[in-house]
Design a protein around this ligand. Structure first.
Ligand code: FES
Ligand code: FES
Length: 160
């Protein structure tokens, strides 16, 4: 099958590859780049486990073709932590926001996008924003608390 050249910046690193036009971004990230933190949890575009940021916006990477990311910037869960865990990841640990952890990378990336837009979200705003991300284990309360915890931590760090 015909292959198309793409150039994508992922977690700050520039990549050039040739991909089939039908290749989904999630498969490009996982199989070509080996970034398996982005999960595939469904085949109906409902679960959000595959959430990444594409030019700063949260997208389900199973609904985007890799060629659509040509020339754009992608942030995956691997790109969040620099020296240790990101405050959102710490929040999930502190507030028991995960059990099996399968949904967690997508939740963390959705939370990251939310906190970029709304650094101090209400519980309602958090629940509304996470409607596209399914968790089968936690009942969501720990996830909401984790994101509030992270918002406070990030505000405190910004004030330092
Ligand atoms: S794998 Fe993308 S929404 Fe479920
Ligand atoms: S922690 Fe298991 S699906 Fe969310």
């Amino acid at each position: 099958m015909e292959r198309v050249p793409i150039q994508v910046r992922v977690n700050g690193v520039e990549y050039r590859h040739e991909v089939e036009p039908r290749t989904l971004l999630v498969h490009y990230l996982r199989e070509t780049l080996g970034l398996t933190g982005t999960h595939v949890g469904c085949d109906t575009s409902q679960c959000g486990a595959c959430t990444v940021l594409l030019d700063g916006k949260a997208v389900k990477s199973c609904t985007v073709f890799a060629v659509q990311a040509d020339g754009l910037e992608v942030l995956t869960v691997e790109g969040l932590s620099h020296n240790g865990l990101h405050p959102i990841q710490e929040g999930f640990r502190e507030k028991h926001g995960l059990q099996c952890g399968f949904c967690t990378p997508g939740m963390v990336m959705a939370a990251y996008a939310l906190l970029q837009e709304h650094p101090n979200p209400t519980e309602e705003e958090i629940r509304h924003y996470l409607e596209g991300n399914l968790c089968r284990c936690t009942g969501y309360q720990g996830i909401v608390e984790a994101i509030r915890w992270a918002a406070e931590r990030m505000a405190a760090q910004a004030a330092d």
